[in-house]
Design a protein around this ligand. Sequence first.
Ligand code: PLP
Length: 420
Amino acid sequence: MSILEKLNNKFENFTKTNEGDDLFTKAKLVSEILNSGINTGNEGLGMLSEEKVQGEYSIREKSGNIHKVIMLGSNSYLNLATNPEVIESAKSALIKYGYGMGAVSNYAGITPLHKELEKRIADFYHCENSIVFPSGYGTNIGVITALCAEGDVVINDSANHASIFDGCKLSGADIKVFPHGDMNALEKILKKIPKNKTGRLIITDGVFSMDGDIAKLDIITKLAKEYQCRTMVDDAHGIGIVGKSGRGSAEHYNVIDKIDLNVGMLSKSPGGLGGYCAASNDIIQFLKLYARTYFFSTALPTSIVGGLNTVFKLFEQDRAGREILWEKINYLKSKLYEAGFDIGHSQSAIIPVMIYDEDKLFKIHSELRQNGLYTNIVTYPAVRRKECRLRLCVMKELTYAQLDKAVNLLYVAGKKYNII
Ligand SMILES: Cc1ncc(COP(=O)(O)O)c(C=O)c1O
């Protein structure tokens, strides 16, 4: 197969072994394509951050070339990953406890700092208790597979994160999916679920990770009550940012007390690593025994946990810089809108810039980066190809000058490729 023939193949063509091929042949084919020098949208492979991630900083390309980019692709929206107060707490925890736990949580893996974090997260959601997982991805897998099994029904928004769908598949429960944000379709599904299904769970992202909009939790919680469903919200991108005190998407709709499983990630605005679920005492105790990604996985190191305790102290006091972030979000959105871009319906720090053409997307993304702007590139399997886009993530510490420069670069590329 020539490189060009291979290039006509798409991501999904390489997920299975072709008849007669060795198990590893597909990896070799993908390597050849990535090394061919033709844009595939995977140019990120091989890129290195040369210093701490901030508004504008140096990256090293695969070629070895080091240059500055404006960073519009980090989920550390509040710059807490580099916040001096957070780093100080991480440092003192590191010195006191060492750099790794060497055990899963249910053996010798946790310290008073881990307990403090569980309590801070539970208090933040006004819940009885919480559990902290060593990975965000593993949080969704662990929570869903612990609580749902064959005979139960899980009902998902089509734009939910991959880790939610993976958890649902692994659970063996019956999976129902409604089109993104379509509450009539959700109700239709709920009406049809036979009464003998033992458990029902509606699962949704709070802030959707590829669109930046917020799930309609006011309607979802009403429907959940009417059709006797439990609710799970993964607010990975909402925590610390949306809602009147930064408590996330459920606070935005004033329904925190109606969400049964408040899931979130410690890797995005909190700037660390891991994930959590805040819920009732019974549920948390159950998860600590039955969530396999908790039971069978080493606990977070205390440097991360110590830093996160300070993060939640800042969140509790609403001192993490949410207001400044929102000024930057609103500024960037208005500039992009003025420039004529289709930016969807973002209600968060995630702003999609719709391109709708994969070929143009690869070229635009690559040229922007060479010209000094880093954005995330989003296409299949994260979204449908025809809905491909750049995904801009705003950070609090981006300056207005950096935002203006970013919009100018986007404008030039947008004009060149007839996007605007
Ligand atoms: C909505 C959502 N849930 C879960 C995850 C997984 O979190 P982590 O990256 O911390 O594993 C992500 C991250 O991409 C996400 O966007």
